[in-house]
Design a protein around this ligand. Structure first.
Ligand code: F6R
Ligand code: MG
Ligand code: MG
Length: 366
């Protein structure tokens, strides 16, 4: 059976700053999906990570479907109404357009979708990150799919022996989608050369070269390209199919033990380590650290199993402690050098005004 999995997420208001959505907001989103998804969706699951609410749903309408996207957009509007009524911070923050047109791409919410013929058993992972941008998935996707140090199946399993095809987007190009397709292992170094620059080149999707099937889909929205000003970091979502011709669950999770430094953290303008967290984790230290949750499901005839929280395990407590140390270390450096993002990536305009003012005071010595 052909099924589409869509995840559409937005920040439409949160408690106590940018910490987490309120229970009432979540209920409003969930009730909307429950009532308006009838006859449209097969199944759904509502969750939050930090201040972002994610609507994960299954259906047979295909990708970028107007009805599915409109339903999600309106569910977020329903959440926004509650956020306003409760006086939540940043109510409606990610809904950047006044009216819905076609699909949510370019309108603020992040979206990742995959359409495929269901395998007899179909396990997949749903990742949601907060206080960072889509480039945060570059390194885990590089290592999890192409490095035998994490993906032992590249050596051990004949079903991955042809490698994978990466579709990589140049997210600085705002006229249209600008994408390159590169095949690993042959073009591994080209993939690395692009993925090095997390703010410009972002993995959009990955396909198996053994069976041509899609393995991964990442949201590539850059909010600062849509709004022209800071409205929040992009907080990307990702779907990954696992097992068989794809990496095993644990191989996809493996590189998240690095806690690699990503863009985001306080005011979307700092560098911080990406912490793998449990579902429904809030935001705290220095409006961070950047976090990522991972929920596993199986889907059968479009029906989702119960969710499993993939980072809820003693091993990841140890990783979280180490990532906390990394966060503390880089914060010792405050605003200097690598701790704050380069000028082009700063999300607040204040420093531009400051530098312009100071610039006039410079004198050239004779
Ligand atoms: C980062 C984030 C927060 C805010 C910060 C200031 O993605 O959302 O770090 O940037 O709390 O928030 P405002 O500018 O809304 O007062
Ligand atoms: Mg926010
Ligand atoms: Mg957020």
């Amino acid at each position: 059976m052909k099924v589409t999995i869509s995840v559409i997420k937005a920040d439409v208001g949160s408690l106590a700053g940018h910490v987490k959505p309120s229970q009432k907001l979540l209920e409003a989103v969930e009730n909307y999906v429950k009532n308006h998804g009838k006859g449209l969706l097969i199944d759904y699951n509502i969750s939050f990570t930090g201040d972002d609410v994610a609507i994960l749903c299954t259906h047979q309408q295909g990708k970028l479907n107007e009805k599915v996207h409109k339903m999600a957009w309106e569910a977020f509007l329903a959440g926004t109404e509650v956020a306003k009524a409760q006086g939540l911070y940043g109510a409606g923050q990610d809904l950047l357009k006044d009216s819905f047109s076609g699909n949510v791409k370019g309108m603020g919410p992040a979206v990742a979708e995959m359409e495929f013929d269901e395998r007899p058993n179909e396990p997949f992972l749903f990742f949601a990150a907060d206080k960072t941008d889509p480039g945060a998935y570059n390194l885990p996707l590089y290592l999890g799919f192409s490095d035998p140090m994490h993906n032992s199946g590249l050596l051990l399993s004949p079903s991955m022996n042809k490698g994978f095809s990466y579709h990589i987007m140049d997210v600085s190009y705002t006229e249209a989608d600008r994408v390159v397709e590169l095949n690993v292992p042959e073009e591994l170094y080209d993939v690395a050369a692009l993925l090095r620059d997390q703010e410009r080149f972002v993995v959009e999707s990955i396909f198996s070269r053994n069976n041509g099937e899609q393995a991964a889909a990442v949201s590539t929205t850059r909010l600062h390209n849509i709004a022209g000003k800071y409205t929040g970091k992009d907080d990307p979502v990702m779907l990954v199919r696992v097992q068989g011709a794809f990496p095993a669950t644990g191989e996809v999770l493996s590189p998240f033990n690095i806690g690699q430094y990503v863009a985001g953290f306080m005011r979307g303008s700092h560098t911080g380590p990406l912490m793998p967290v449990k579902r429904f984790t809030t935001i705290s230290f220095f409006d961070g650290p950047p976090v990522v949750s991972c929920t596993g499901f199986c889907v059968h005839e479009g029906k989702l199993t119960e969710p499993v929280d993939c980072f809820d395990h003693p091993y990841w407590d140890y990783v979280r402690d180490r990532v906390s140390e990394k966060a503390t270390e880089i914060r010792k450096q405050g605003f200097v050098g690598a701790a704050m993002l380069p000028f082009s990536e700063l999300e607040y305009g204040g420093i531009v005004d400051k530098l312009n003012k100071i610039d006039k005071k410079f004198k050239i010595r004779k």
